[in-house]
Design a binder for this molecule. Sequence first.
Ligand SMILES: NC(=O)c1ccc[n+]([C@@H]2O[C@H](COP(=O)([O-])OP(=O)(O)OC[C@H]3O[C@@H](n4cnc5c(N)ncnc54)[C@H](O)[C@@H]3O)[C@@H](O)[C@H]2O)c1
Length: 345
Amino acid sequence: MNSWQGFYTGRRVVVTGGLGFLGSNLAHALASAGAEVTILDALVPGCGGNPENLEGTARCCRVVRTDIGEMAGTAGAIDDCEVVFNLAGEISHGRSMTEPERDGELNTAAQLRFLGLLAHMRPGIRVVYAGTRQVYGVPLSLPVDEDHPIDPVDFNGIHKYAATMYHMLYSRLGQLDAVVLRLSNVYGPRMALNVPGQGFLGVFLRRALLGEELGVYRPGDQLRDPIFVDDAVEAFLAAGAAPVLRARSFNLGGAQALRLDEIAEAIARAAGTESRVRFLEFPKQDKAFDIGSYVADWSRARQLLGWQPRTDFATGIERTLRFYRERWETYLPGAGSLWETAPGR
Ligand SMILES: NC(=O)c1ccc[n+]([C@@H]2O[C@H](COP(=O)([O-])OP(=O)(O)OC[C@H]3O[C@@H](n4cnc5c(N)ncnc54)[C@H](O)[C@@H]3O)[C@@H](O)[C@H]2O)c1
């Protein structure tokens, strides 16, 4: 039995960024658990939001289209909420390097205004924030635990860390009860495969489904521990329901550490298309904010949240590919006919 079993039945919860990849998967789980879900999302151009991500939850989810930093739209939507899952944000590291001010607006300024309003209207409320492993920068050793030094290598990491500290500060002041989950790369259904800058896993999945080459930057042996989205959602649900965790951060990683070339090979194989893996030179502008290998130490989450990743990579990828194949008109328009003859179909 889950630690949060029964907790969400009839509970009023808010999911910011709930039209995006992670937020919408969380909204589905909350709706299934009987929660009354309010989603705040501005459908920011260039982010991964898509109203179709909520297909099947219409009766349980109310969507308020607003920037979380705008008081007028946000105040009425949070006035009676009991738990907040704060996932609104921009995830693109590359775009943060070319448009740092845009990233700062979305990941810090809007967050600061939102948290101030929340602390005022719902003092002491539990907020679970979607943080990122990127705050650690280049790992000094593996696996990375929560005491690893903070040294982000891009603007996105800096801004996400500032927002993390806003959550921590409001908690220390006793005005919010925030928990931060620092996520490794997440993958699964409802990623915006057609939107640039959503991470290498989305690129690999799209290209593999289309039968295109998967480019792996040399040397290709960099480690990652991708988390299947259902496992990430489990961590959010556990963190939202856990008793007194004030101002704690938790690293979340996947069930396996794999090399980039292994990840690419596994996706290409599972797609069953003509897709092949090719090694490429690391583009200079991307190399500048590469973190090398990363593997999370998630033992704190296991101890205090009773959480651990359960989905091995092969299983997660198979479920992910099945999802997109069944909904290619929404997520990969024009691609369906390619698979009629694919061997893995
Ligand atoms: N996907 C990952 O691998 C990953 C890894 C680490 C951290 N995270 C964090 O998890 C969160 C969700 O990521 P995702 O992959 O679902 O991204 P996503 O782009 O799919 O979803 C983010 C959603 O937030 C919305 N949004 C952004 N700024 C907003 C604002 N100011 N007001 C209202 N809505 C706003 C966007 O419109 C979008 O729908 C982000 O905060 C991200 O930093 C994700």
